[in-house]
Design a protein around this ligand. Structure first.
Ligand code: V47
Length: 381
């Protein structure tokens, strides 16, 4: 096995990986610094197969971004706009409910809902939006609002994180996405997202959500001004909170897309960096079950290869993506269920259609899901 390791600095790490031992902060930095991508990927794949065998998970989901109006002006973002910008949009409640049912007629199991920090929309409006979606699509899991949005609602309404989250749960929110974490380093945050909550607050909202029984995802934005140490520090902080709460389901490394942002001079990430970030995450985050290679961000091609570098999830059909496409993503807005199946199978993995919480979605015999007509489905517990 040592034969696959060219970089001898990785040998003690391989011993730990084989023994199921936790990797240290220093190990994380060594992994990031090593040019031996194949060795890092090999080790990540060992862990991935130990946890998930040959399975790659995907889901049939739809993203909804109710507004791109945002009071923050983060340099990393190409999505947020000021309220007076003629190109800004805010959907009415009816529009959100209508759009939720548009597009693919395949039966969707998840709505992924995030938006800008709107200056006037109230928490009550968001609760009505969620309740209205639940009423119209009772079988669909609602994964809504980043830790950053929760903190903003709390500040605006003069409520605690717990009070905001309790109201959203009562309205029908089932879990939370992982966005907005960016990179916890204060030095970098001051430059790329100085209008956002700091890393400790992001972690605190996640802590409270998990205490209330909400599962969430977590992310890290890489490929901008962060150092290797900043990345490892971020992963170690996520791992520490997971030791405490167990509430993170999936980690998603997000590559920075510079186009149309104030940081447009930064070069786009390479396939090497994208695969390295997947692999190091799998090795460092020993307590987070799933690592997602988000195809919108890293292209279907790289997301497919990532299934052999530590990832065990490829995300879903998505249908309508705005945040990355505003930042110049050239991937399509959506993939069909059968495209996802093909990508996974061609990587030699076994596709597993999941719901948000990774329970199997069983499509019925003769189910026309892949042909694009309405389907019936059952979630197996
Ligand atoms: O929060 C914003 C990032 C996130 C840019 O939880 C940018 O299942 C790159 O969080 N270049 C949104 N990244 C995406 C996200 C996500 C995606 C898929 C699945 C899940 C999940 C979560 O994208 C933002 C921010 O961190 N972002 N602007 C940009 N220019």
């Amino acid at each position: 096995m040592q034969a696959v390791i060219d970089d001898i600095r990785l040998r003690p790490i391989l011993a730990k990986v084989l023994g199921g031992e936790r990797l240290s902060y220093e190990d994380g930095v060594t992994l990031y610094r090593s040019p031996d991508l194949l060795a890092v990927g090999y080790m990540a794949n060992l862990v991935r197969e130990r946890l998930h065998g040959n399975t790659t998970y995907f889901n049939v989901n739809r993203h909804i971004n109710p507004t791109d109006v945002c009071v923050a002006s983060c340099r990393l973002c190409a999505f947020g706009k000021k309220a007076k910008d003629p190109n800004a949009y805010t959907m009415s409640l009816e529009e959100v409910w209508h759009r939720a049912g548009l597009g693919w007629s395949e039966t969707i199991t998840e709505f992924h809902i995030v938006g800008g920090l709107h200056p006037t929309l109230t928490l009550e409006w968001y609760c009505q939006m969620i309740a209205g979606l639940k009423q119209r699509f009772p079988q669909v899991h609602i994964k809504a609002f980043t830790m950053v949005e929760i903190s903003y609602f709390a500040q605006r309404e003069k409520l605690s994180y717990r009070q905001v989250l309790e109201r959203l749960i009562a309205a029908g929110t089932d879990s939370m996405p992982g966005g907005g974490a960016e990179i916890f380093s204060e030095r970098v945050r001051r430059i790329i997202c100085d209008h956002k909550i700091d890393g400790n607050e992001w972690l605190e909202v996640a802590r409270v959500a998990h205490q209330l029984g909400l599962k969430s995802n977590c992310t890290m934005l890489y490929g901008h001004l962060e150092t290797e140490e900043d990345r490892v520090d971020h992963l170690v902080k996520l791992r520490a909170l997971q030791d405490e709460t167990g509430g993170f389901v999936t980690y998603i490394p997000l590559a920075f897309h510079p186009e149309n942002t104030a940081l447009h001079h930064i070069p786009v990430t390479t396939g090497f960096q994208d695969l390295k970030n997947v692999a190091v995450a799998r090795l460092m985050l020993d307590n987070i079950p799933h690592i997602k290679a988000y195809w919108v961000m890293m292209t279907p091609r790289v997301a497919q290869v990532a299934q052999r570098f530590g990832a065990n999830d490829i995300d879903g059909t998505v249908v309508e993506e705005r945040i990355y496409h505003d930042a110049g993503a050239t991937t399509s807005q959506s993939l069909r269920r059968q495209d996802l199946l093909r990508l996974i199978q061609q990587a030699g993995r076994e596709p597993f259609e999941r719901d948000t919480l990774y329970r199997r979605v069983e499509r019925n015999e003769g189910d026309p899901a892949s042909k694009g007509t309405e389907t019936s489905l059952t979630v197996l517990t």
